[in-house]
Design a protein around this ligand. Structure first.
Ligand code: PLP
Ligand code: COI
Length: 358
């Protein structure tokens, strides 16, 4: 479908925007416009529009409100060192969005339409990219089941939308290293479940575990596998990597219960380019504790679009806590972070053609 553009009648003025962009935090400052595209099984994808960001008015019997048929994505538009604007591997988000839709029995948005939505919104909202270090325009594409019907079945209608938020660091104070609470009471995803899909329900079910982590004085929850409660999976909203004393790196394999992170995939590639050996293999929590105590495990870090690369300094559970390496940012972690951010901001060589200039 062709896009229509309805400019916002009263966009935020330049002074107010500048004030909001000084310290935007994460996910609280929104731009003026949004994309919406509608779907019905009879008409297909139609009504593609960029218009003012405004409330969606939906019936109280709309399917998403009852059975949570909803998916989303998260990616950033970066301000380049030369003043340009770029996306990082957006085609991977488009593909993952389709995979998520399939898992949730939703209509699949063609990848070209996903990408066109993102590009158009970024072009419209370029001025909202913060200039602060680590700042970006966080894009949130999502889709909801919009049929008005209470039977339990895949919706025949959907609304796809993209909103944008000016963001700084995800962790307050740009935390030098975060701490993890090892969740024993709760798991995130079981084999055959929705762990590899980016659906809202995964996050709803993680909140009680995350709240427990906060109560224990930790920044994030670490989930173990649902079957044995033994193998490290991922955090509530990030993948995890380990760095060993022999220079080897490891990250849990994609077995269907963790989100296939685009940052994870990029780190795997970058680490190999830098000459590291990287293994995608299961890592047991008891082994992790033993390796941290013996010094074999030197560093650990979380990675994701929002978190970028964040060092993990400490892990806590009912069995007690342990420190990883010196408890602060490790050398390898910093080197990987610097290379990734360098590519994303156009100052490091983009060997794999990951950057899309707009
Ligand atoms: N794991 C979970 C559960 C996430 O929500 C995210 C964030 O999107 C990630 C991992 C990292 O994925 P990506 O690197 O594609 O942002
Ligand atoms: C992202 O990194 O894009 C996510 O979805 C994670 C969430 C914690 C904001």
């Amino acid at each position: 479908p062709a896009f229509t553009f309805d400019p916002h009648p009263s966009p935020v003025d330049a002074d107010e925007r500048a004030r909001l962009l000084v310290d935007p935090g994460f996910g609280r400052v929104f731009t003026d416009h949004m994309v919406t595209i509608r779907y019905s099984s009879a008409a297909g994808w139609h009504d593609a529009r960029i218009g003012p960001r405004e409330p969606l008015t939906i019936d109280t019997a709309t399917a998403v409100l009852h059975y949570a048929q909803e998916i989303f994505e998260g990616l950033k538009a970066y301000r380049l060192a030369d003043g340009g604007t770029a996306l990082f591997r957006p085609e991977r988000n488009a593909a993952r969005f389709r995979d998520s839709a399939r898992r949730m029995a939703m209509a699949e948005l063609p990848e070209a339409l996903f990408l066109e939505s993102i590009r158009r919104l970024v072009q419209t909202e370029r001025e909202w990219i913060p200039t602060l270090d680590g700042g970006a325009l966080y894009l949130r594409p999502f889709m909801i089941a919009s049929e008005v019907f209470l039977g339990v079945k895949p919706s025949a209608e959907y609304i796809f939308a993209v909103i944008a938020s000016s963001v700084g660091a995800y962790f307050k104070g740009g935390a030098p290293a975060v701490s993890l609470w090892i969740s024993e009471n709760y798991t995130r995803a079981a084999p055959g479940g929705t762990g590899a899909a980016k659906c809202g329900g995964n996050y709803a079910s993680s909140l009680v575990a995350q709240a427990e982590a906060i109560r224990q004085g930790c920044d994030q929850v670490l989930f173990l596998d649902a079957a044995e409660r033994r193998w490290i999976e991922e955090l509530g909203g990030m993948n995890i990597f380990f760095v060993f004393d022999d220079g080897m790196l490891a990250t849990p394999p994609l077995t269907g219960t963790i989100l296939p992170g685009i940052t994870r995939d990029s780190i795997l590639r970058i680490a190999r380019d830098l000459g590291f050996e990287v293994r995608e293999e299961p890592y047991a929590i008891d082994q992790c504790r033993a390796d941290a105590e013996s010094g074999r495990l030197r560093e650990a870090f979380a990675c994701g679009t929002a978190a970028v690369v964040t060092p993990i300094g400490r892990m806590l559970s009912r069995q007690g806590d342990f420190t990883i390496g010196g408890g602060g940012p490790g050398q390898t972690t910093q080197r990987l972070r610097q290379t990734l951010v360098g590519i994303q901001t156009g100052v490091a060589e983009d060997r794999h053609g990951w950057l899309e200039r707009l």
